[in-house]
Design a protein around this ligand. Structure first.
Ligand SMILES: Cc1cc2nc3c(=O)[nH]c(=O)nc-3n(C[C@H](O)[C@H](O)[C@H](O)COP(=O)(O)OP(=O)(O)OC[C@H]3O[C@@H](n4cnc5c(N)ncnc54)[C@H](O)[C@@H]3O)c2cc1C
Length: 402
């Protein structure tokens, strides 16, 4: 039985909304999750990669399809670099439907309520709290909460309703799921090139019996092509077509990848989380781990503010300040991505790959490389590898101003 009065109403029961609801409930906060779909975890647009730190926090190892410990990376002209160590798990490839369910189950297990097939119609911040009108499976109902949180994805209703601005970048990701891809056990494949994924990359990610093949890029880089066009020309290209000759498509997904934390994710009694706040990584597009990080960073201050029910300019400023380090890291990662990938021509990328292919550089990548935090590796490469020194000035100013 749901009530009409909660401490917090969370719009969106995706991974980040579920994680937020779990953490708040564990701290004695009364939470209601509102999910517009009839079930949790569908539809999804995701390659299903969950980094080890995010996975550890929820322990959903039963949702894992493949353990990923390495990668094969390809330059535009096909230079191959193999990185990784079977002893060290770099990321988990999961069933995203099950993963989202596990997170939301944790929240429910801690006392949070969930309404499916429901979405907000209006919300107004008053002296008492936030009055929200919700369409509950066709029935319009009124709710009151101390705070409303939007974990409602890239096109967040909460963010738009409360005019909270937009993430800096909005990439498009497209992906098909196939059988018959000749991958290497435990390794994912990354492909670069202007005609494949301009400024970004394409991927082939093992996911149990199948492989997820996709690409992502910025719409303004696509020259009137769609992501489908790019993926098709990649899979039919003379260089790569043999890889895909036995592939049979069994599903396709397309979705936005918002990256660039909005200026104020908290305004008075309203806050946005995860994709709604623009938290996807500029380097890989991953959003689940960063959404969890955001919740953990904000949690102590969030809990005390909700319990005291003191929402004012000072608490808004303090809550936003908890995200300064996350914002700085995201800006630095984008700057390094631009230097090493997005602002390189195919010829320059081929040159970079020829340096990366040197055994001592592969050794450095294996030692310092961290899918979750590429900044130390990027800086070390700019400093220590003579061939990259010419990028160092560009890299340094991008890191300072980026
Ligand atoms: C092709 C592609 C591949 C990707 N691959 C990865 C990857 O491998 N790893 C990774 O970490 N990230 C990946 N991402 C990004 C990842 O999917 C998101 O960052 C992640 O899902 C964000 O979680 P979230 O909970 O913030 O939002 P979402 O997962 O979008 O969840 C939002 C929830 O809110 C609900 N909702 C939305 N609006 C309303 C409303 N008005 N009322 C009620 N409910 C609402 C939705 O139904 C949904 O359940 C990928 C994205 C794309 C497009």
């Amino acid at each position: 039985m749901v009530k009409q009065n909660y401490d917090v109403i969370i719009i969106g029961a995706g991974p980040v909304g579920g994680y937020l609801a779990w953490k708040l409930s564990q701290n004695g906060i009364d939470v209601l999750m509102i999910e517009e779909h009839a079930e949790v975890g569908r539809p999804f647009q995701c390659a299903g990669m969950v980094n080890p730190s995010a996975m550890k926090r929820i322990g959903a190892y039963d949702t894992v399809l493949t353990r990923i410990w390495g990668a094969r990376m390809y330059s535009p002209s096909g230079t191959e670099i193999k990185i990784g160590n079977p002893e060290r798990t770099r990321t988990w490839s999961v069933c995203r439907k099950l993963f989202d369910e596990r997170v939301v189950q944790l929240a429910i297990g801690s006392g949070a309520d969930l309404l499916l097939s429901s979405k907000p119609i209006s919300a107004e911040v008053t002296e008492l709290g936030v009055e929200i009108e919700i369409d509950v499976d066709g029935d319009i109902q009124q709710f009151l909460s101390r705070m409303v949180c939007g974990a409602d994805g890239a096109h967040s209703w909460v963010r738009r309703t409360f005019k909270m601005g937009r993430p800096k970048e909005l990439m498009i990701g497209f992906q098909i799921e196939v059988t018959g891809y000749p991958g290497e056990e435990g390794r994912l494949d990354l492909f670069t090139g202007d005609d494949i994924a301009p400024g970004f990359f394409s991927w082939a990610i093992p996911s149990g019996e199948t492989t997820r093949i996709g690409n992502w890029t910025l719409p303004e880089r696509m020259n009137d092509k769609s992501c489908e066009d790019l993926l098709e020309s990649f899979m039919k290209s003379p260089m790569w077509k043999n890889r895909f000759s036995n592939c049979k498509e069994i599903g396709r997904f397309c979705g936005p990848v918002p990256s660039g934390l909005i200026l104020k994710p908290v305004i008075n009694r309203v806050a946005v989380f995860g994709d709604a706040a623009g938290l996807c990584k500029p380097t890989t597009g991953g959003g689940i781990g960063k959404g969890f990080d955001q919740v953990d960073l904000m949690l102590p201050k969030l809990v005390s503010t909700i319990i005291s029910n003191q929402f004012n300019a000072k608490t808004t400023q303090e809550l936003n300040a908890t995200l300064s380090s996350l914002r700085r890291k995201q800006n630095k990662s984008r700057a390094l991505r631009n230097v090493f990938l997005s602002e390189s021509t195919d010829e320059e990328l081929d040159e970079l790959f020829s340096v990366w292919a040197q055994p001592e550089v592969i050794e450095l990548i294996n030692q310092v490389g961290d899918i979750d935090n590429p900044i130390p590796l990027g800086i070390k490469m700019l400093k220590d590898i003579p061939e990259f020194r010419r990028l160092a000035t560009k890299g340094a100013s991008a890191l300072i101003w980026g």
